[in-house]
Ligand binder design. Structure first.
Ligand SMILES: *Cc1c(COP(=O)(O)O)cnc(C)c1O
Length: 435
């Protein structure tokens, strides 16, 4: 399958080029040239398939011409080696737990899959590949973990100094070897801007191979479709009807994956774009104009994004028609105070502990239910609550247990490199180290 740029549909490249470059040179985003359809026979028997079987079925639809099918199956089985259980809170309200991977966040799905696809493609090329990643928290740890010690690949992770949790920082900045953590004196938007600039810098391109691993990479987006199919299968078994999905959103990769799953034929009764006060997409849905702005810090910091990168893909899916988008997506945003109160309420009502991102998604679906008495569906819990102890514990008045794989990285020494947010500093660092 070929992939086109959202800026120019005639600019088409192979999967290998789309994955290894990450982003087209015209500054658009890659999209699959055709959205494959999953036939209804398969949709009906999803609930008799394992998560890995479902994932392989979806992956084949996009990649079977570009990666030999037995290798693709290995990649899927190796990457998706943990579950995404659906937990029932009430008859109409379910939570999909996406935090059972190695770094306890949903980004493990994308990062683990993408790293293995890239490793497959670079086996055939010479010279090492340098992957630049801007992270507002969980991307960095998932990517670092996914690529750690993959031969021929260096990972350079940029994160905003002091603006991610200490647990996230420990997961990113203690690995070393092929994983370099750059601690940027600035915001997440600064980090994203630096990375984008580096990709468009012709002089860097001359001396080193650069690639991205953000949610803009198509190999990170596709595996996020897998759990929509899985969740649907678990949900219809008990409900009969198609669910609404409430997705806690920052760069909107997760939600975009849901829109693609829906286009492939997955029955969905609607989507809720749930954000913190960085609410440019809910505002777009409300008044039809997109006004990107500087991000604001919140307690759900992986969603502190003022100009979501996947918005271009959302526009592409709906042919730039806000009315079409409105038919499928509702947007709601919530303050930190609401998010905290909801963590406390949900714990009191159901004994269930949410992290701040999951809490935003939960608020979104409840607001959706307020106007649809017959609504039923699923919200996503994208991170384990123990990654946000400082926020969660005071809300529930109780200790949150930290899984062992998280606890073990808390004692390792931090090894970040501090840089200022001016582009020249990043450029000089890259040229010196990898040029
Ligand atoms: C990245 C992230 C999000 C936002 O996902 P997008 O695909 O960027 O919208 C939500 N929750 C957590 C925990 C994250 O790490």
């Amino acid at each position: 399958m070929k992939f086109y740029s959202t800026k120019n549909k005639n600019n088409r490249v192979s999967l290998k080029d789309a994955v290894l470059t990450g982003m087209p040179s015209d500054n658009g985003l890659y999209m699959p040239e055709a959205i494959p359809v999953v036939d209804s026979g398969i949709i009906k028997k999803l609930d008799s398939m394992s998560f890995q079987e479902i994932s392989f079925e979806i992956a084949k639809k996009f990649f079977d011409k570009d990666i030999p099918v037995p290798i693709l199956e290995e990649i899927v089985n190796d990457a998706i080696n943990f579950d995404a259980p659906l937990v029932k809170l009430t008859d109409r309200l379910y939570v999909l737990e996406l935090f059972h991977g190695p770094t306890l966040a949903f980004k493990d799905f994308g990062a683990r899959f993408m790293s293995r696809v890239m490793a497959y493609f670079i086996r055939e090329t010479s010279g090492s590949l340098n992957i630049l990643v801007a992270t507002s928290g969980d991307t960095g740890s998932a990517v670092a973990n996914g690529f750690f010690r993959v031969p021929g690949i260096n990972i350079i992770i940029l994160y905003p100094s002091g603006k991610i949790s200490s647990i996230q920082e420990q997961q990113i900045a203690t690995l070393d070897e092929n994983v370099i953590a750059l601690e940027v004196d600035g915001t997440f938007d600064d980090c994203q801007r630096l990375v984008k600039k580096a990709f468009l810098d012709p002089e860097l391109a001359n001396v080193m191979k650069l690639s991205s691993a953000n949610s803009i990479n198509i190999a990170r987006l596709i595996p996020q479709l897998f759990y929509y199919f899985r969740a649907y299968a678990q949900f219809v078994k008990n409900n009969g009807a198609a669910p609404v999905f409430s997705v806690p959103s920052g760069n909107f990769g997760n939600l975009t994956a849901g829109l693609l799953a829906n286009k492939m034929g997955l029955p969905v009764s609607g989507f809720v774009a749930s954000t913190n006060i960085n609410s440019v997409v809910p505002e777009y849905l409300e008044n039809g104009t997109y006004v990107p702005r500087k991000s604001v810090e919140t307690i759900s910091n992986a969603m502190d994004v003022g100009d979501p990168s996947n918005f271009a893909r959302m526009l592409d899916i709906y042919d730039n028609d806000v009315n079409l988008m409105r038919k499928n997506i509702e947007g709601f945003s919530f303050t930190d105070e609401q998010t905290r109160r909801n963590i406390s309420d949900v714990f009191k009502k159901y004994g269930y502990i949410l992290d701040p991102h999951g809490s935003v998604a939960c608020l979104g679906i409840e607001k959706y239910f307020n106007v649809r008495a017959d609504g039923r569906g699923i919200f996503f819990a994208t991170a384990h609550p123990s990654k946000f102890l400082d926020v969660v514990e005071p809300c529930i008045n109780k200790k949150v247990e930290m899984p062992e794989r998280l606890r073990s990285c808390m004692d390792r020494p931090k090894r970040s490199v501090k840089i200022s947010s001016g582009y020249d500093y990043l450029r000089a660092f890259l040229l010196k180290r990898y040029g």
